[in-house]
Design a protein. Structure first.
Length: 287
């Protein structure tokens, strides 16, 4: 609108020039009249006053239009200022999210390193053999199978030698075990290791809680990173613990929420006899 100001200025200047010209012509005309006619001319000068009043009104209109234009410019400036503030706010939100993401990633990957350290520190001695790190999770199920075998052999009143030669009979009896018996066998066989692995479960639970409570996007990316650090034995062990109900509800909920465990995939990692146990444990109506 600033480009149109020259129109208003042209009208204003033209009006001033026109009024000056009229006044000058009136003056020249009046001086050429005699004394007898100058008074009469003065009475007729009212017509010029009306003209000047009209031109003054035009000036007022021009002033109003200029003021209106100025107000419009101010509104435009305010709109630009508002947009700049919105952009600044968006930039601040982006910077704030980036900062939160950096803080989360620093914490998450530090905790991931700590988890690997916890696994490496695991130790288990059986007779004269030493098992460490990831091997401990395999030993847990080895002990469980052994305890279940001994439980069934005792139930069938077989000694060790008879159970060894009648292995088929012992294994065929596995499917007749109740849910309560399986839970009892597992908990008794893994009682010692479960206590040692409390920090392990607690740490994974803290990582999942951190992920759940955070405001970051694409949480599945970080849950996949966590899952990639867990080997088959660990996943199988976590799966079994969730099914038996030997972990916190919050832990099981977050495990399912972030897809750490996929039942169809995990069943491929589990031995056939353990699959039957898992099916029984997941059956809520089972005795």
């Amino acid at each position: 609108m600033k480009n149109n100001n020259w129109v208003f200025w042209l009208i204003g200047i033209g009006s001033v020039v026109f009024m000056s010209f009229v006044l000058w012509q009136n003056y020249l005309y009046a001086t050429n009249l005699g004394k007898d006619y100058q008074g009469l001319f003065g009475d007729m000068f009212g017509a010029s006053n009306a003209l000047f009043t009209g031109l003054s009104f035009v000036g007022v209109i021009i002033a109003i239009l200029l003021q209106r234009q100025e107000l419009q410019l101010q509104r435009n400036e305010l709109e630009l200022t508002r947009k700049e503030m919105e952009q600044t706010r968006d930039e601040f939100v982006t910077q704030n999210y980036t900062l939160k993401l950096q803080q989360f990633e620093n914490t998450f990957f530090q905790m991931l390193k700590m988890l690997n350290d916890i696994v490496k520190r695991q130790k288990y001695y059986e007779r004269d053999q030493f098992f460490g790190g990831e091997e401990v999770f395999d030993i847990i199920f080895k002990n469980y199978y052994s305890a279940k075998h001994n439980y069934v052999a005792t139930k069938l009143e077989l000694d060790d030698l008879e159970a060894f030669y009648d292995e088929t009979r012992v294994k065929s009896e596995f499917k007749n075990l109740s849910k309560t018996e399986i839970l009892t066998i597992y908990r008794e066989s893994s009682q010692l290791m479960d206590k040692k692995l409390i920090p392990y479960f607690s740490h994974i639970n803290s990582m999942l809680k951190l992920l759940s409570d955070s405001e970051i996007k694409n949480k599945e990316v970080y849950s996949s990173i966590l899952k990639s650090q867990l080997n088959d034995s660990e996943l199988r062990f976590i799966f079994f613990k969730c099914v038996t109900g030997d972990v916190w509800n919050e832990f099981s909920t977050n495990i399912q929420k972030f897809g750490i465990l996929n039942r169809e995939t995990l069943l491929e990692l589990v031995e056939k006899q353990l699959v039957e146990d898992l099916k029984l444990l997941q059956n809520k109506t089972a005795p």
